[in-house]
Design a protein. Structure first.
Length: 341
């Protein structure tokens, strides 16, 4: 089992181009399906155990499981995390790497497939999830897949508040607890809590989440509707890239730059007077998982474009600013100023 998993993961790491990535992650999906019940037998509990936290919604075990089939997302995260682990072994020679995977879901998708590519002596993994059902599922898969030799611990906890013991300085924090434009799910609050707990030289995955303001025609932009159908369309030709709103990285500069806790407020941007070709004010998300490994807009549901407001609704104003509030369930709003005469 361990060897089969190693082969599948190696195929994912070597895949180049979207078609190969999709094909390789389909094999991983089939591998997992040997250990978990099919769709029909998922309990109501697994479907309904979504948790509302102060900072965002933690997906149910069922919804977290199907993230695996976001094929390009999964391929890029595994590629980036693998590179990060190799880099950390180089940065910290002879040390066992302390890994914290916050929000592992029922498959621990972004770490478990990488285990057979490392020696058990190299990694010390802590898997965290708010859902005990998910942790129970991962425990079952680890033993069924013959990965008991690895040091993998599990803990039910809220990653927004979790404090890593000083005796276990963190080399790597991995978390994919986000939705497009960072709405709904608690990625930002989790990062705000965990990134400062990394030791010097430690790595955060994703390394950077970038949110850009664009004026565009939302309905004409590539958008991933189903993982069976990846959008092949080119970016909308009249798209106007306005500005980088902020980046989330381990330095969390965007957070310090703002005055109220849990709120980002952009500057005011001038609105186009003729917006017939670009009628929507949108946010585009892309991730630098690690180094050169990027997840672009519309390659996954977490990087799909998000329309905040139609410019038709802002007629009469000259400027608008965007506000991101992640104190509770993360969401975007806007304010407008300057009466047109
Ligand atoms: C989007 S799913 C991703 C699952 C898996 N990591 C993957 O990438 O395929 C997010 C997972 O994080 C968990 N989660 C979200 N917020 C959390 C929090 N504050 N503390 C612990 N777990 C959390 C959810 O329960 C869910 O299992």
């Amino acid at each position: 089992m361990k060897e089969t998993l190693a082969d599948i993961t190696t195929q994912i790491l070597h895949s180049s181009g979207i078609d190969q990535e999709i094909e390789a992650v389909r094999h991983l999906s089939a591998f997992y399906s040997r250990f978990v019940p099919g769709d029909q037998s998922h309990s109501q509990q697994e479907k309904g155990n979504e948790v509302l936290l102060q900072g965002g919604i933690a997906l149910s075990s069922y919804d977290a499981a199907i993230c695996l089939d976001e094929f390009i997302r999964t391929a890029r995260f595994l590629k980036g995390t693998h590179l990060a682990l190799r880099e950390l072994l180089r940065r910290f020679p002879g040390q066992k790497l302390n890994i914290l995977y916050a929000g592992c879901g029922p498959y621990a998708t972004l770490i478990l497939p990488l285990l057979p590519l490392f020696a058990p002596a190299e990694l010390d993994v802590l898997l965290l999830d708010i859902n005990t059902d998910s942790l129970r599922s991962v425990a079952g898969i680890l033993s069924a897949a013959g990965l008991e030799d690895y040091q993998v611990n599990m803990q039910q906890a809220d990653a927004i508040r979790y404090q890593s013991p000083a005796s276990r300085p963190l080399h790597l924090v991995v978390s994919e607890t986000m939705f497009y434009a960072l709405i709904r799910e608690p990625q930002v609050s989790i990062t705000q809590n965990l990134a400062p707990q990394l030791q010097k030289g430690g790595i955060l995955i994703p390394e950077e989440i970038n949110l850009d303001l664009v004026f565009t025609f939302h309905g004409e932009e590539p958008y991933l509707k189903s993982t069976d159908q990846y959008p092949s369309r080119l970016p909308y030709g009249h798209r106007l890239q306005v500005d980088r709103l902020f980046s989330i990285n381990k330095e969390l500069d965007f957070y310090r730059a703002n005055n109220s806790p849990g709120i980002f407020e952009s500057k005011f941007y001038e609105l186009p007077t003729d917006f017939s070709a670009t009628p929507d004010l949108c946010i585009h998300t892309h991730l630098r998982i690690f180094g050169e490994v990027i997840l672009h807009s519309a390659e996954s549901s977490i990087t799909n474009p998000y329309c905040v407001v139609s410019l038709y609704n802002l007629q009469g104003y000259t400027h608008a600013a965007l506000i991101y509030d992640f104190n509770d369930i993360p969401q975007w709003s806007y304010k407008a100023k300057g009466q047109k005469i």
